[in-house]
Design a protein around this ligand. Sequence first.
Ligand SMILES: *Cc1c(COP(=O)(O)O)cnc(C)c1O
Length: 379
Amino acid sequence: MKKVSLLAPGPTPVPPRTLLAMAQPLIHHRSSDFLEIFGRVREGLKKIFKTDNDVLVFCSSGTGAMESSVANLLSPGDKAIAIRGGKFGERWTEILEAYGCQAVNLDVEWGHAVKPEDVAAMLKEDPSIKAVYVQALETSTGVNHPIKELAQVTKDTGAVLVVDAVSALGVYDIPTDEWGLDVVISGSQKALMMPPGLAFASIGPKALEMMKSSKCPKFYFSWAKELKSQGINKGAFTSPVPLFLGLLDIFDLIDEMGLDNIYRETEIKSKAFKAAVAAWGLELYSKENASTGLSAVEAPAGIDAQDVVGWLKNKYAIFIAGGQAQAKGKIFRVAHMGYISEFDTLQAISAIEMALAGLGYDFEMGSGVAAAQKIFGEA
Ligand SMILES: *Cc1c(COP(=O)(O)O)cnc(C)c1O
């Protein structure tokens, strides 16, 4: 069996010490020891989200928390803007429609960021719109949407801003309270370096107020029920105890590293990788606001990006991601977030070079590795 390298934008590698922290004899989720652990998880999350709001923990993948932000804020028939500049933006529309809400779609060309003034115009034209749903990092295109500016737009309206930061939290600074983000959602398996299975939602005062009149059906993902229960350090249902233990270890690790250092290291890996892309004569799919959390790269003309992804997987057990929907076959995506080192990044670059050469692309072998080494050497 080959050593597996996870270099796709989720799930990302889990630090070995965190894996060991999870490999403990199970304790009961209602024991006093676990209540204490739950309390530390709540406090640790607030530090990473940079908020005094309650941050709820759900046992689900990130989409569960996304769904909860529709079920707990809106009522059937309510209108909400879904900013759709990629696959995850489209998910907002799907969730809204599943709950009988009216999705007002703001379509953004893939590879581009939403313009805050377009959202402002829509809210002005229709003040009955109750929420704006957006991604901090649209993982399918590698683009950051301007969430700070969007919060300025929604601030003085009746609408709440719901930010999907599943792939963004831990990649760049997202000060929830300072920017006035009403709801911020995240998940465990991206920059937070954990296995999949936990989702988070920070809920600000404006969202709490809106929650009171929400009539969408909800049971497992009820914010009111969880706020009451998690307020005394108990999940409403059985908590995934090992994942909580892992998360506490991640908090220690983040404390040791410092959040700002983590953002900066992610930036350097991104810069090095993007220098390699330029050296190959290729282009990023993200035409503006390119994220540092991952790189989305356009495959050379005549080469199917899925073949690059398949080459890495089949020959080297290196997992990168392809494009989704309209970008399928056109792009491949490599993560820089979380527990991925400079040398993991060089490994990805080197493997992609072998794949591109094998697939018949004409370029100078080693040029990407050299360009990235230069960036790492100077950092
Ligand atoms: C990964 C991801 C999600 C959540 O996906 P799950 O498979 O439910 O964990 C949501 N939004 C974005 C932007 C993501 O990158």
